[in-house]
Write a protein that binds this ligand. Structure first.
Ligand code: NAD
Length: 471
């Protein structure tokens, strides 16, 4: 389905009729039953692991072309996580696939009951540009582990990685059950018009609503992995050197802030802010040098539209005066330096929109409690971070803040634990995946109750005589 050369990331005339044909073919493959066996599922995962091993440098090259992503980041945040998802599933999948025996009740006595996880059927994965390898392959892994046929639509905003999938993935998986469609809005629209058994979308909430509306026409379930403004609260009890390093690597070391779980803004107390700002500045200089625009350890901004969007956030006259570090830009190479802002107005766009870039506003309050109230006055974020040594504050934060996930004393790492669900709540998304949660996201939990012919209870059957009604 992929197109070649300069057409990378584009769909080459893929339309509704082609989408319908594609889905019909996948339905035939799924109906043949071959995706259901453990062997088939394991073979797909092994194929993906082989692809990762054999094509690691091609993946890195694509990520560098799309985002100037440093190799270390590509390896740690995309390649190794994708491989870990496969190896974890290969180890656990048999157990996940087993029917789960559950207790029965007196009403159904005698009987046995079990929950069978069955594949949903033919599913669509639409992914985003910022982690274009992982965000494409990870849901595909989940769909395959659960025994589905799947179409992947990578993001056209990361065309080199999209093209990689179109060209290379088919060499390693069962092509009759896994298809890649490259393209942008027209191609995605053509796909969304079809009837799917699940749509798994990663991206912004505006398009999330378009996906959900299209899915509603066919009563198709969705998983929406969205974003938002992830807060990080830093209280004065912290080891500030370690906190600054972890915040910096979780912000600028994650695609230069173009990450759904990068901290979007910091909250701290007025009295602690100078200490924190000082530690952040020192850390940034250590990490990225005196001229961060020259650092090879920072990704570039993905394209000129996003560059302009970011600049309009920063060049707002009420915001630019609050820069305490950074602010440099190089439009030609789409580079922006890590930038700290202190006490930006709460009603500025930078505090209202998801930043998704290298700016980190620090907002201050008198008390830690005020910070928690501020977080709770906003949409529920995908991740909320807390840095503290104070157990009382930790308990208060974990209990009172609603977010997709919470991480205490670090940033972003919760995503790497396959025993934790990864997903949002409210505006930050619907549904979760990773580890067994991926298997569950793409499975139907079929309830099966089985009875013999004994255990007859006459009162159950008409006529409902007065004697029966007295029971
Ligand atoms: P994007 O521009 O790559 O869009 C995502 C997908 O939607 C693409 O495949 C694109 O082709 C498709 N699309 C775009 N417009 C469409 C339309 N009108 N109709 C149908 N399909 C359309 O990515 P993005 O939205 O810029 O991604 C950034 C957002 O995603 C941020 O909000 C970020 O927080 C969020 N995000 C969330 C996660 C997560 O795991 N929760 C991960 C990464 C990014």
């Amino acid at each position: 389905m992929g197109s070649g050369g300069e057409e990378r990331g584009k769909g080459a005339g893929f339309d509704g009729a082609m989408a319908a044909e594609l889905v019909a073919g996948l339905r035939r493959s799924f109906a043949s039953g071959r995706t259901r066996s453990h062997e088939w599922r394991a073979a797909q995962l092994k194929g993906i692991v082989r692809m990762i091993d054999e094509k690691e440098s091609a993946i890195m090259a694509a990520l560098h072309e799309d985002l100037a992503k440093p190799q270390m980041e590509s390896y740690l945040h995309e390649i190794s996580l994708a491989k870990a998802a496969c190896t974890f599933a290969l180890k656990e999948m048999k157990r996940w696939m087993k029917p789960e025996k559950v207790p029965t009740s007196l009403t159904t006595f005698p009987s046995s009951a079990e929950i069978i996880s069955e594949p949903l059927g033919v599913v669509l994965v639409i992914s985003a540009w910022n982690y274009p390898f992982l965000l494409s392959i990870d849901p595909v892994i989940g769909a395959l582990v659960a025994g589905n046929a799947v179409v992947l639509k990578p993001s056209e905003v990361a065309p080199a990685t999209s093209y990689f999938f179109a060209k290379v993935l088919p060499e390693y998986i069962d092509n009759s059950c896994v298809k890649i469609v490259e393209g942008s809005i027209p191609e995605t629209t053509a796909l969304l018009e079809q009837k799917w058994d699940k749509i798994f979308y990663t991206g912004n909430g505006k398009v999330g609503r378009i996906v959900m509306a299209a899915a509603a026409k066919h009563l198709t379930p969705v998983a929406l992995e969205l974003g938002g403004k992830c807060p990080a609260l830093v209280d004065s009890s912290v080891d500030v050197k370690v906190a600054a390093k972890r915040i910096a690597v979780g912000k600028w070391g994650c695609n230069n802030g173009q990450a759904c779980i990068a901290p979007d803004y910091i909250l701290t107390t007025k009295s602690f802010a100078p200490t924190l700002v000082d530690a952040m500045k020192r850390t940034l200089e250590k990490f990225y040098g005196k001229d961060p625009l020259e650092s090879a350890d920072l990704s570039r901004i993905v394209n000129s539209n996003h560059f302009k969007r970011l600049m309009s956030l920063l060049d707002d006259e009420n915001v630019s005066g609050t820069i305490v570090y950074g602010g440099q830009r190089d439009e030609q190479h789409l580079k922006i330096a890590p930038t700290l802002l202190l006490d930006v107005p709460h009603d500025s766009s930078i505090m209202k929109e998801e930043i998704f870039g290298p700016f980190l506003p620090i907002v201050t309050f008198d008390e830690v409690e005020d910070c928690i109230d501020f977080i709770n006055s906003k949409s529920k974020p995908l991740a909320a971070y807390l840095f503290t040594k104070d157990r009382k504050i930790e308990d208060q934060f974990v209990k009172n803040v609603s977010a997709g996930g919470i991480l205490v004393n670090d940033v972003a790492l919760h995503l790497a634990n396959p025993h934790l669900p990864f997903g949002g709540v409210g505006e930050s998304g619907i549904g979760a995946y990773h580890g067994k949660f991926s298997f569950d996201a793409f499975s139907h939990k079929k309830a099966v109750l089985s009875r013999g012919f004994g255990g007859e209870a006459p009162a159950r059957y008409p006529p409902y005589t007065p004697q029966k009604q007295r029971i």
